[in-house]
Design a protein around this ligand. Structure first.
Ligand code: ZN
Length: 206
């Protein structure tokens, strides 16, 4: 257990279950008095001359600084997450509209140009959204695998299912057979999805 008096004795506070030095921000793995004491003695020995009120004041200042630092850090983590999410959502739009993967670069150019004029202070943020051809392909693959995984999980609960087939020819004159599945669970929950797209490159008819 972290002891409250370790803050006054060794300048340590507990952050997410770990003792953290409020002077240098270093965290110590083990919640042991001897470890904190060693860090305090070897790194911040000069603080020993601070006593009484001066010591208390110094501790509260350092504590506030550490808290401010940590809230900035968590704000940045949230922002990184939002940037990746934006990249996924825009990729989904590109895929749904059947646009070439390379259009991502053009979309980004448009967004950045608009932001430069409307919110110049946010340009850096928008520039971080990756929409390169490679990223778009990777994200589409990711999302496809995720849909397949979810469908497989749901299909395990199906009591009955039916298949529907639809054949058409794509622009390269290749026959494409779309297989749809419609299933129902014991709670009469109906799920319908594209199961597979099979191509036949040699023959236009099935
Ligand atoms: Zn330290």
């Amino acid at each position: 257990m972290f002891q409250k008096d370790w803050t006054n004795s060794y300048f340590f506070v507990e952050v997410s279950g770990k003792p953290v030095c409020i002077v240098c921000g270093k965290s110590v793995a083990a919640k042991k008095k001897s470890n904190l004491e060693r860090h305090y003695d070897s790194c911040h020995g000069n603080l020993k001359q601070l006593t009484g009120q001066a010591r208390q004041d110094k501790i509260s200042v350092l504590r506030r600084e550490l808290q401010a630092q940590q809230s900035t850090l968590s704000r940045y983590c949230k922002q990184d997450e939002d940037i990746v999410r934006t990249s996924y959502e825009l990729t989904e739009l590109i895929a749904k509209k059947l646009k070439p993967h390379s259009d991502g670069e053009f979309v980004k150019e448009c967004i950045v140009t608009a932001v430069k004029l409307l919110a110049p202070d946010k340009v850096e943020l928008f520039q971080k959204v990756s929409l390169s051809r490679r990223t778009i392909s990777d994200r589409i693959k990711d999302m496809g695998e995720n849909i397949e995984k979810k469908l497989k999980e749901k299909a395990q609960a199906f009591d009955f299912f039916s298949l529907a087939l639809d054949e058409s020819t794509d622009i390269t004159n290749t026959a494409q057979l779309a297989i749809f599945i419609r299933g129902t669970t014991s709670d009469f929950e109906i799920q319908e999805d594209l199961l597979s797209l099979e191509s036949n490159a040699w023959n236009n008819t099935w």
